[in-house]
Design a protein around this ligand. Sequence first.
Ligand code: SF4
Ligand code: SF4
Length: 273
Amino acid sequence: MNKPAQKSMRDKILQDYKRLSLDDKFHFRCHSGLPCFTHCCADVNIALTPYDVLRLRRRIGMGSEEFIDRYTILPQIPDGQKLPIVLLKLDEQTKRCQFVTEQGCSVYTDRPWACRMYPVGIASERSEGKPDGDEFYFLLDDRKCDGLAEPNEMTIREWTENQQTAQHDAANEELKNVTLHKFLTQGYALEPEHRQMFFMACYNLDRFREFVFESSFLRKFNIEPAVVDAIRDDDEALLKFAYRWLRFALFHERTVQVNQEYEQAKRKVLRAE
Ligand code: SF4
Ligand code: SF4
């Protein structure tokens, strides 16, 4: 999607789409008997959250760097977007998702948040000049989706429960402490190296783990021993810690404590040189 198109899509959603709450109802049912079955898994832009990447790469048993190379693309950051967000990479020949089969999604129980929620989307008004804007749900206006004409009726709440989005939602709430931080919604931009830090800590967890355990990181910062133990092998704990670290590194929140003894010793060495 090129720059103006992406911006206008967001504006269109904010201005034209009907705003829905968790108790609003809609009609939908997706099943293999529909002529459109799996058509929505082609020619599509699916943004991946860091938790989506974690679940997918664990599902197929792949390291984060290899997964990023093979299954994602990082588009040029469009106007109005402050942070790099990867998209699911489609097969270059067929333009279909690399996980789709004739029987449906081959990674169904670990499919990304956007695939779970479809045809429901979520939008936030929070932006420059509107740091406290609301979030709302909306129904994607997809005329090619026959499921929207099915008689089954449900509320958005029932749909999200049915799609088991709770773990994704909890992880995404923590992500929002970074992506919707007031530093960004008030209009400030990050330095390129901070955007790279965001990308590494969120999407390339194996590299972030190396950064924590194979550098002076654990001498520079006082990280609780229980957290250090947890993040050594547990990717969910590491991602949670990545968000905490980013709030410190990008926005100077006191989410991580500097080891003053280490800093003083370093200053002494520098003065002596
Ligand atoms: S287009 Fe709609 S109904 Fe058809 S497979 Fe996709 S989600 Fe299901
Ligand atoms: S991850 Fe699954 S549901 Fe999502 S586009 Fe690919 S095949 Fe379709």
